[in-house]
Write a protein that binds this ligand. Structure first.
Ligand code: FBP
Length: 254
């Protein structure tokens, strides 16, 4: 079975993607959170009510908080992850869940991080290769977090490097590639061109003042991306549902 638009059905709505990401508990640790949003139920409620086309979490959150989001927002199950305690030089994100678990949890898509250019790249390519095949066999979409990283990568957000990572995601069979915004509309256009039929979404990044962040969202969309997978700029916001609405207006042209 080859992936096609049918498998993207719920994650892509009107050609647009807006995923709420909450895997930062694994990737960055509790320091990303405060007393409110450290409770996964708080963020699940934002995912459920915020008009998102996907909710990206690790399997522990997906399992323990199923009642808080299930049936209200499509699940994007992250199948690998790592902490930021380990040094970036040998960047590697090991598989921590299987496609079978994603299916059992009712996921519509799997999420997988690949550190393009890392000394561990070959291993991540091999592991993702098997996962991509199986996910597509089950009709799940594959969203790749394509992050240039490791001791050979001088600047993770340089336009040509981000474009290379996006192209790698296309070559590896991803349906959607999530990249870090390379800093300008021109650079992002080249990322989108490099990804071909693989749809490009941007990470949100660390929390910015609202107007600045919304301008970045406009720039991302004007470069031809189909949306975002955003975390901290929504659930760290004082009014997360209003922020989600502002982002939605831009992404969906509402
Ligand atoms: P944000 O919008 O909060 O930046 O989330 C996007 C994301 O890709 C998360 O899914 C992930 O946990 C994190 O950023 C990874 O960030 P880093 O660049 O530190 O690996």
């Amino acid at each position: 079975m080859i992936a096609n638009e049918v498998h993207l059905g719920k994650i892509v709505q009107n050609g647009r993607v807006l995923i709420l990401a909450m895997d930062q508990g694994m990737e960055h640790g509790p320091s990303d959170f405060d007393k409110r949003n450290i409770n996964p139920e708080y963020v699940c409620e934002i995912a459920a009510k915020g008009g998102f086309t996907g909710f990206a979490v690790q399997k522990g959150i997906a399992k323990h908080y199923k009642e808080n989001y299930s049936g209200k927002v499509p699940l994007v199950l992250k199948l690998n992850g790592k902490t930021n305690i380990v040094p970036k030089d040998e960047a590697y994100s090991p598989p921590v869940a299987s496609v079978k678990e994603a299916v059992e949890l009712g996921a519509d898509a799997i999420g997988y991080t690949i550190y393009v250019g890392s000394p561990m790249e070959a291993q991540m390519f091999r592991e993702f290769g098997a996962i991509e095949r199986e996910a597509h066999d089950f009709g799940l979409a594959c969203v790749v977090w394509a992050y240039p990283r490791g001791k050979y990568v001088k600047d993770e957000k340089a336009g040509d490097v981000v474009a290379y990572a996006a192209r790698v995601a296309l070559e590896l069979g991803a349906d959607i590639v999530k990249v870090n915004y390379p800093g300008s509309v021109e650079a992002m256009k080249w990322v989108v061109a490099s990804a071909g039929k693989c749809k490009v979404i941007s990470a949100g990044g660390s929390k910015q003042p609202e107007a600045e962040f919304l301008q970045k969202v406009r720039d991302i969309m004007s470069a031809g991306a189909v949306g975002l997978a955003v975390g901290r700029n929504v659930w760290q916001h004082d009014e997360p549902l209003r922020m989600a609405k502002e982002i939605r207006k831009i992404v969906f042209g509402e």
